[in-house]
Design a protein around this ligand. Structure first.
Ligand SMILES: Cc1cc2nc3c(=O)[nH]c(=O)nc-3n(C[C@H](O)[C@H](O)[C@H](O)COP(=O)(O)OP(=O)(O)OC[C@H]3O[C@@H](n4cnc5c(N)ncnc54)[C@H](O)[C@@H]3O)c2cc1C
Length: 301
């Protein structure tokens, strides 16, 4: 059995595609409204188990019910990287004592095992793992499903655990979208001070790019929020152009921008690791080069 978890967001085409490759019947387990159930009832979904509309309860309130379903008919469980699905998948996996894989590159079945390959050590090696029991996968999600299927919907009544959403506030700062941005300007420890961030933000604005950073800039220095750092432990980006300013290009950072079509680096050290990774390298002081680039881009627009 293969399961897809949907907790309010039917943007799960990637999950359906991954589930189809395993060759087992696909059951969507839905925590959400009737409209979500209707959207998820799409080609590729064989059955739907509807746990109900959570109302003020958090999606994770249904974790033990999801775990019971999977324990009764064990299999692979897919969830999307949406807030509800992430927390429900994690809590259900904990209840099942199942591993959660967040970076699988290939997923297949071999006899009774689920075989997974994923990059390790910043992408310099590929590890293959075989799991004999239930295993949970967090994938990006994909585009929204839009109904048109003929899956049988089974409504399972059950009391959610005592988790209630007591407040919902928009974040104080705009959420970053560096993963989906066509242009990204990243800043690293080559910047001397947080006071100098407007310099790089000005370049990003002139380039119509999202501002990103290396991990130390977000964790440790905390000049930018954590959702803006690129890398194996941060966000994976795949822009048309990634302009790296004062970032050395360590393997853990470059593992997060392998999908970039063109990489341009501004670095004072001609021998920095990034020099052998970037398509174009501007060797020099960022404090001279960034204003010049910004002015050139402003002049070009
Ligand atoms: C398990 C693990 C996971 C990690 N995951 C991540 C991750 O996901 N993402 C990540 O980014 N890092 C990650 N790191 C950290 C990573 O190893 C590097 O330490 C980090 O990427 C370095 O950040 P940086 O390039 O900004 O700083 P530095 O390495 O200090 O580089 C600064 C660069 O700026 C240049 N520079 C200095 N002054 C100037 C100037 N005036 N003009 C132009 N250039 C200048 C220098 O030549 C240098 O190349 C991880 C580390 C570990 C151990």
């Amino acid at each position: 059995m293969t399961y897809i978890l949907v907790a309010g967001n039917p943007a799960v085409t990637e999950l359906v595609a991954a589930a189809a490759k395993l060759g087992s019947p696909v059951t969507a387990v839905v925590v959400g409204s009737q409209a979500v159930v209707d959207a998820v009832n799409a080609p590729g979904v064989d059955a739907i188990t509807w746990l109900g509309d959570p109302g003020a309860a958090g999606a994770e309130a249904y974790a033990s019910q999801v775990a019971q379903l999977v324990a009764a008919a064990p299999g692979v469980v897919f969830g999307g990287r949406h807030p509800g699905e992430r927390v429900l998948l994690g809590a259900a996996a904990a209840a099942l004592d199942a591993p959660v894989i967040t970076s699988a590159s290939e997923i297949a079945t071999d006899g009774g095992s689920t075989v997974v390959t994923h990059g390790v050590y910043g992408g310099i090696a590929v590890e293959t793992l075989a799991f004999s029991g239930p295993v949970a996968f967090l994938l990006e999600g994909g585009a929204p499903l839009a109904g048109g299927g003929s899956a049988a919907v089974q409504q399972v009544a059950g009391a959610p655990a005592g988790v209630t959403v007591t407040g919902l506030e928009p974040p104080a700062t705009k959420a970053a979208n560096i993963a989906g941005a066509a242009r990204v300007v990243g800043v690293g420890r080559g910047l001397k001070s947080a006071d100098d961030l407007p310099l790089v933000q000005g370049l990003a604005d002139a380039f119509q790019a999202e501002l990103a950073c290396s991990r130390p800039v977000a964790e440790g220095l905390e000049w930018l929020p954590k959702d803006r750092y690129v890398g194996i432990s941060g966000t994976q980006i795949a822009p048309d152009v990634y302009l790296m300013v004062g970032i050395s290009g360590q393997i853990q950072h470059m593992g997060g921008c392998k999908g970039a079509k063109v990489i341009v680096a501004v670095n004072s050290d001609k021998d920095a690791p990034v020099a052998s990774e970037a398509d174009y390298v501007l060797t020099g002081d960022l404090y001279a080069l960034v204003p010049a680039l910004t002015a050139a881009l402003q002049g070009a627009s």
